[in-house]
Design a binder for this molecule. Structure first.
Ligand SMILES: *Cc1c(COP(=O)(O)O)cnc(C)c1O
Length: 399
């Protein structure tokens, strides 16, 4: 045991020295625009609860009712005896919301990516990822055993080059079924807040006979007439083979989801190991997610989204005026480039002292030397909150 702990201590010390050590901060308050940390109340610009639903009365009520009716736990995996009515109701609502034939939910978005990608691809198949996709997609890619290529972020010329490579590989293999080529991108990128050029991407993949999976973790609830995501906003619903969503961000609950054709969902039920070999999500989570979708689809959901976009513009103005210029994003994720990890940590610390909580995002979430402050807004923020942020930023010049 002494050697065990000594070795880990060396590794932890190295992380600290590189300004890459991560520590949990204990929060004593519910999700919201205020976070109670270490006995202090901070203004929170760090959450992915974009529409302010995580602490919404309708979601909490739904969670409580489901716990009373179905219990605290689901008791087993969905394929054993855990496939409760609340899970089916959520999946029916999700399929309708996403404009898909069917949907399947997982305990997390991470599990959804792992399950779906490894169910669809094997050794001999070809997988092409945008450089900036989320870690769970990278993990799934490795686990699948598929041959992997990465294209430069949002660069369609580079994607085309990778598709040509895949076409060559594909003609060379002779398996039991034709080799598959799957492209995966996010629609709104989680750490950059920029959007994928989905229309052109769909045209390109169709030209090459490839399949497309779009991770809408940060777009679900925010884009499109029905607010189901960027795939809907761009009118591509029937042309994207695999749509992925998370239920823990704008939807306000927890979980991950895949939607698409009936055959896709039936196959996942049979092949997605993170679904099959895992206890079903607790009834409260499924019911809260259903309630979250209901709010999003209602006029209240539209009002919250409108308010969110208004706040996004106001936040950008605050950052520009404080000489922390943000990129031209159209998302509630506004990254301010810091470069060195130590610099990002220093600014985040100064902001905390000034009463504002903003995370310093560092390697391995983003590339080394590309650290940033990641500001996010929620529909629950007020003009006063932004004024307080402006004041805090004013006190710590961006030198
Ligand atoms: C958060 C996130 C996930 C993982 O979802 P969880 O439900 O938090 O596990 C997947 N993809 C992207 C882009 C994300 O931001």
């Amino acid at each position: 045991m002494t050697d065990f702990n000594a070795q880990l201590a060396v590794e932890l010390a190295a992380l600290r020295k590189a300004d890459l050590l991560r520590e949990l901060r204990r929060v004593e308050s519910p999700a919201g625009t205020r976070a109670c940390l270490g006995g202090r109340e901070l203004l929170n610009f760090s959450s992915n609860d974009y529409l302010g639903l995580a602490n919404h009365p309708a979601l909490k009520e739904a969670a409580v009712c489901a716990a009373k009716k179905f219990g605290a736990g689901a008791g087993a995996s969905r394929l054993v005896c855990g496939s409760l009515a609340v899970h089916h109701e959520l999946e029916e609502a999700l399929a309708a919301f996403k404009g898909a034939e069917a949907a399947l939910t997982f305990s997390t978005g991470h599990a959804a990516a792992l399950g779906a990608i490894t169910a669809l691809l094997d050794r001999g198949d070809l997988l092409i990822l945008d450089k900036l996709v989320h870690a769970c997609i990278v993990d799934a890619a490795k686990l699948s055993g598929a041959k992997l290529r990465v294209f430069r972020h949002n660069d369609l010329n580079d994607l085309e080059a990778k598709l040509k490579w895949a076409a060559k590989q594909r003609s060379a293999v002779s398996g039991q079924r034709p080799a598959r080529t799957l492209i995966i991108t996010e629609s709104v990128f989680s750490m950059d807040g920029d959007l994928a050029p989905l229309r052109d991407l769909v045209e390109l993949k169709e030209r090459f006979g490839a399949w497309l999976m779009v991770d809408e973790a940060h777009a679900t609830g925010l884009f499109g007439k029905r607010r189901s995501g960027l795939v809907e906003e761009f009118g591509l619903t029937g042309r994207v083979e695999i749509q992925m969503a998370t239920l823990g961000k704008a939807v306000g609950a927890a979980g991950g989801a895949i939607s698409g054709s009936r055959n896709l969902i039936d196959l996942l039920v049979n092949r997605a190991r993170s679904f099959i070999f895992s206890t079903a999500p607790v009834p409260a989570a499924a019911a809260a997610a259903s309630a979250g979708l209901k709010v999003i689809e209602s006029s209240e959901g539209e009002a919250r989204r409108e308010r969110l976009w208004l706040l996004v513009e106001q936040l950008k103005r605050v950052l520009i005026e404080a000489s922390f210029p943000p990129p031209a994003v159209r998302a509630p994720i506004i990254p301010v480039a810091m470069g060195a990890e130590a610099r990002a940590m220093r600014f985040a610390e100064s902001l905390r002292k000034a009463g504002v909580f903003v995370p310093a995002i560092r390697y391995p979430t983003v590339a080394r030397g590309a650290a940033r402050l990641r500001f996010t807004v929620s529909a629950e923020h007020t003009a006063e909150d932004l004024a307080a942020l402006a004041k805090a930023l004013g006190g710590i010049a961006n030198g």
